[in-house]
Design a binder for this molecule. Structure first.
Ligand code: ADP
Length: 395
């Protein structure tokens, strides 16, 4: 049986999944973490069980050996379920990569060259690709970019109102992220409602730790809330989302805050965490329920921003047929969904409270039958989407 190995590589860890090329079944998944630390850790999950191992893992290449050992020891066998390719999540494809791409030496140089746009992510993705090339020298490696789906945004959606020469010189424009998820969910939503993708105006809300909204017209991304980096847009677990850039100038002048510290403040210490002390939506809603005022404010700020983007994208699209919620918060938080869509009946959005509070099981409708706009919860599956796109490339 043929399979695809999907790799999502970070700087000190990587996640993997082995996916059956025909049935799309997940055959195994795992996480190799704390690479380069004194004690590394690896997990491996199959239908038959869960295994863990602690050992020193000096680099990604050693991490790949730990992974192939796990397959050899606990299965499934990589001989019986031979991968036909390795698909890699790559965060930033800049304006160069607009589709999944077979990794050649030139492509790898280009991905490395985009590292100044994604200093935390692209170098780590390259590490993963290089380690996979060593572990599986005969297999094609395919890069699937988080930004690719948004390359269909029109220039007036991706251009900032920044002086053009500066923007061009430093490649400053909106790129968007979470593209693999927005693509997967918008296609799954169209299939679920049984209507052609081409005919649908959709809004996808990917609400995880990182969060973004995407306006999808006829299957193409026409606008999305993350921009030059994943900091723009929604209020997230630890990120500010949109903020007047003059606040940064003010802080810099007032406190002489260093650039790295500012980065940390905006990306890691703000969002619902910075407002309330809770980074996890479950803790935040529990605290708000218990009357914690900071938690209630954080939830209010989070939800209002969602609503603002919904309104903006309904206007940009000229109406909407389907709204889908996905990722950790989107799939699980009935409260966030209810508050984000509350009071939008005049826009044709009518939530069914029972359906919204009902149990999770694959894609499901949470609007009323009479609601002109269909609202869905659609579980995302970025790894499966990467496997599909990888197979498209290798045929
Ligand atoms: P990531 O962006 O890291 O991939 P996920 O999509 O896994 O994130 O989302 C993680 C977040 O989802 C958690 O931090 C938490 O806020 C939220 N979450 C997970 N389960 C629930 C739940 N049952 N109710 C509300 N929020 C949840």
């Amino acid at each position: 049986m043929a399979s695809v190995l999907v790799i999502n590589s970070g700087s000190s860890s990587f996640k993997y999944q082995l996916i059956d090329a025909e049935t799309e079944e997940r055959l195994a998944s795992g996480l190799v973490e704390r690479i380069g630390e004194a004690s590394g850790h690896a997990t491996h999950d199959t239908a038959d069980g869960h295994w863990e191992r602690s050992l020193e893992i000096p680099d990604h290449t050693a991490g790949f050996a730990v992974m192939t050992d796990a397959f050899a020891e606990h299965g499934p066998s990589l001989t019986d379920n031979a991968p036909v390719a390795v698909g890699h999540r790559v965060v930033h494809g800049g304006a160069r990569f607009f589709e999944p791409t077979l990794v050649t030496p030139l492509v790898l140089i280009n991905i490395e060259d985009l590292s100044d746009l994604a200093p935390l992510h692209n170098p780590a993705n390259v590490e993963g690709i290089k380690a996979a090339q060593q572990a599986f020298p005969d297999l094609p490696q395919v890069a699937v970019f988080d930004t690719a789906f948004h390359q269909t945004m029109p220039p007036d959606a991706y251009t900032y109102g920044l002086e053009a020469t500066t923007a061009e010189r430093y490649r400053i424009r909106r790129y968007g992220f979470h593209g693999t998820s927005h693509k997967f969910v918008s296609e799954a939503a169209a299939a679920f409602v049984g209507r052609p993708l081409d005919d649908l105006k959709q809004i996808v809300l990917h609400l995880g730790n990182g969060a973004s909204v995407c306006a999808v017209d006829g299957g193409r991304s026409v606008d999305t809330s993350m921009g030059f980096t994943p900091l723009e847009g929604l209020v997230m677990g630890t990120r500010t989302g949109d903020i007047d850039p003059a606040v940064l100038l003010y802080l810099q002048r007032r406190t002489r805050i260093a650039v790295d510290e500012l980065d940390d403040l905006l990306n890691k210490r703000s969002g619902i965490l910075g407002l309330s002390g809770h980074k996890d939506m479950r803790d935040l809603t529990r605290a708000a329920d218990a009357g914690d005022e900071a938690a209630e404010l954080a939830l209010g700020v989070y939800v209002r921003r969602l609503k603002r983007y919904l309104g903006a994208y309904i206007a940009e699209l000229g109406g909407v047929d389907v709204i889908s919620f996905t990722a950790g918060v989107g799939e699980n938080s009935a409260i966030v969904r209810a508050r984000a869509l509350g009071g939008l009946e005049r826009l044709g959005i009518v939530l069914d409270a029972d359906r919204n509070n009902g149990p999770n099981h694959g894609p499901r409708v949470i609007s009323t039958d009479a609601s002109p706009v269909t609202v869905l919860v659609v579980p995302t599956n970025e790894e499966l989407e990467i496997a599909r796109q990888t197979l498209d490339v290798v045929g």
